[in-house]
Design a protein around this ligand. Sequence first.
Ligand code: IPM
Ligand code: MN
Length: 358
Amino acid sequence: MSDSNTTRIAVIGGDGTGPEVVAEGLKVLKTVAQLDGFKYETKSFDYGGDRYLKTGEVLPEGAVDELSTFDAIYLGAVGHPDVAPGILEKGLLLDLRFQLDQYINLRPVKLFPGVETPLAGKGPDDIDFVVVRENTEDLYCGVGGFLKKGTADEVATQAAVYTRKGCERCIRWAFEYTRRRDNPKKMLTLVAKTNVLTYGHDLWWRTFQDVAQEYPDIKADYNHVDACCMWMVKNPEYYDVIVTTNMFGDIITDLGGILQGGMGVAAGGNINPEPGGTSMFEPMGGSAPKYTGQGVINPIAAVNAMAMLLEQAGHAASAQRIHRAIMTVTGTKMQSQAAGRMGYSTSEVGDLVVEQLG
Ligand code: IPM
Ligand code: MN
């Protein structure tokens, strides 16, 4: 059935509104593949909260092996009101990131035309940067434990683990990305906390300086993470590409998400850039259970995630085609990016994007 010219995509609609937004992304994929003449195939997997409640397992035996044979994974959302927080996030999202060695978490922070930002006086020309978050180390490793748990003398530790290999591969990828990104600034900002995290972030700092020698055409810049939060709000136009650690990256990308208009538009990629690596793309919105099945959720973030997927899968022109269509739809059609206030239903927004592709 499939050959090396076919892009194979595993689809995990997931929980809540995940399947609804994924359906719109797949609609866009179908049209763009026809227009640009590439072949793809999809296979759906029912992983998520409902399956967990039925079977007691998040990812069944062999799931990761099977998923690793695909070019990419397209994920809707995880999070179910009847499942304790953390189980699905850890058992699906974090597990796939670690096991598929998706060591880059790519979060573009771009304000599309017509989209409202909470920043007064800032527009699409000011908010256009990318965060490259390390995605396999740091506080996310789950290294730590309890001592005397449940007693008055209880001790808890949670270690931030950083390796030379882990930070170097992320930093190098970020320099490469900055070089090929279409932005005249050509500046990569390391965001860390070297004044306090004098071991782990010293390793990051030294590695950043070393790798920077290989990229004399890129300005190597540094911000402490707390200062970065202020600049992102006050002068977002300062940034081109940010590279940062896993935990800080998690926090600053939510700040970035709201600057670009919120969860209806923000998308991210968990990328394994190695040959044969399987990357995973998702809208940032979460499963939004209260909106499930109402056709009011915004699919733009999921369509955006599909564009990122296609870019990584070698269909850059198709990704650009989708981006142009999104910008026309946000800029000239939609009333708002908030669920229920778009002026259109979920599938109508998908149809609007499809109309603009040609
Ligand atoms: C994200 C999410 C996850 C993270 C959660 C759901 C585990 O917040 O993708 O940013 O912390 O990485
Ligand atoms: Mn997060």
